[in-house]
Design a binder for this molecule. Structure first.
Ligand SMILES: NC(=O)C1=CN([C@@H]2O[C@H](COP(=O)(O)OP(=O)(O)OC[C@H]3O[C@@H](n4cnc5c(N)ncnc54)[C@H](O)[C@@H]3O)[C@@H](O)[C@H]2O)C=CC1
Ligand SMILES: O=C(CO)COP(=O)(O)O
Length: 326
């Protein structure tokens, strides 16, 4: 029994650490030779997870094919690269635990939908929740949703990945777990804007609550269960990511709120702010589903530079008054 981890960014490295802490045999694939070298040589990942000593039980490789004898694969590449990495591995008959948070540009597919298309013979689960990678890698208490349509398999994976300080809660709602994680990244950009522009805590809380209403409307339209969206992978992650500059999405929004352009903020950035990729495709998907998402529209207008921060805020505040349950 071996666990393969696809992706040597912050989250792949932290999850490898969780797996290794339970005595699993862990092999991590990383794109960058430097990451492979530092994990194998000094048990560190200075590029993506600096200052965290890693378990010597984690080994790394630059060859995806080396993961072919793992019975379970944690897929932790950014959402826009999942299709390409899954194209490079034979996942038939194995458990694919999807950990990226996003929607694919062009296809409007969730990561589980990409995986079903690329690996029709694999068993699919989704791991999502409020999880800053550095905190998880340091062993700070964390809880996640582990969603799988096959209840028995879901229970086995949840038990296999659970640790004393890493609690896994089971769910059958794969789509709901994914939509929470994808949508909250876009909403976190909006909350960062509020912080950067100095609009106050009232505004941030209003945005979290109204953003959650958008997440719920969109999620339910795509078949998610409301209780999943109100759980760790939805509301839980929304609150985390909207509260701290540890979040790359929140930081991006903060920069926008301070008057910098998305182009400048994203240029030369090595780490991924998934919300910047998800926002336009989420906007398209919401429109196609007839779901109103004004906060998501506002983020899109800021990312393209179509509107200024002040114009976007004015726009949101001057919408017609309506019942809260709308
Ligand atoms: N960092 C965190 O705290 C958490 C991240 N996630 C999610 O995990 C996913 C991965 O994020 P991080 O590990 O944070 O990434 P990161 O920002 O730390 O690193 C970027 C990653 O993108 C990879 N990459 C760049 N170009 C690529 C390509 N052409 N093909 C394949 N991979 C490529 C890099 O190798 C690296 O692994 C994202 O969907 C993110 O939303 C989920 C929970 C927590
Ligand atoms: O998904 C995350 C926490 O759950 C990480 O958030 P960021 O990608 O915004 O850093």
């Amino acid at each position: 029994m071996k666990i393969g981890v696809i992706g040597g960014g912050a989250w792949g490295t932290a999850l490898a650490q969780v797996a290794a802490a339970g005595g699993e045999d862990v092999l991590l694939w990383a794109l960058e030779p430097d990451v492979v070298g530092s994990i194998n040589g000094s048990h560190t990942n200075p590029l993506y997870l600096p200052d965290v000593p890693l378990s010597p039980g984690i080994r790394a490789t630059g060859l995806l094919a080396d993961l072919s004898d793992s019975d379970a694969l944690l897929v932790v590449s950014p959402a826009q690269h999942v299709r390409a990495v899954l194209g490079g591995i034979d996942a038939d008959g194995r458990a694919l635990i999807l950990c990226a948070k996003g929607i694919e540009s062009g296809t409007q597919k969730l990561v589980s939908e990409i995986a079903e298309e690329m690996c029709p013979e694999a068993s699919i689960a989704v791991l999502s929740g409020p999880t800053f990678a550095a905190e998880v890698a340091k062993g700070l208490p964390t809880a996640v949703t582990l969603a799988c349509a096959d209840a028995a398999l879901g229970e086995r994976i949840a038990a296999r990945l659970a640790r004393p300080r890493f609690r896994t809660y089971g769910s059958a709602d794969v789509i709901g777990a994914e939509i929470g994680g994808a949508v909250k990244n876009v909403l976190a950009i909006a909350c960062g804007v509020v912080d950067g522009r100095g609009l106050g805590f009232n505004a941030r809380s209003a945005l979290i609550a109204r953003g959650f209403a958008e997440m719920t409307r969109f999620g339910v339209a795509r078949g998610a269960r409301p209780e999943t969206l109100a759980g760790l992978s939805g509301l839980g992650d929304l609150v985390l990511t909207c509260s701290s500059t540890q979040s790359r999405n929140f930081s991006l929004g903060k920069g926008l709120g301070e008057g910098r352009s998305a182009g400048d903020l994203l240029a030369d950035r090595r780490t991924v702010a998934e919300g910047a990729f998800t926002a336009p495709v989420l906007q398209q998907a919401a429109r196609a589903a007839g779901v109103e998402m004004p906060v998501v529209d506002a983020v899109c207008a800021l990312l393209t530079g179509a509107m200024t921060v002040d114009a976007v805020v004015e726009d949101l505040l001057s919408r017609p008054l309506r019942p809260e349950a709308h």
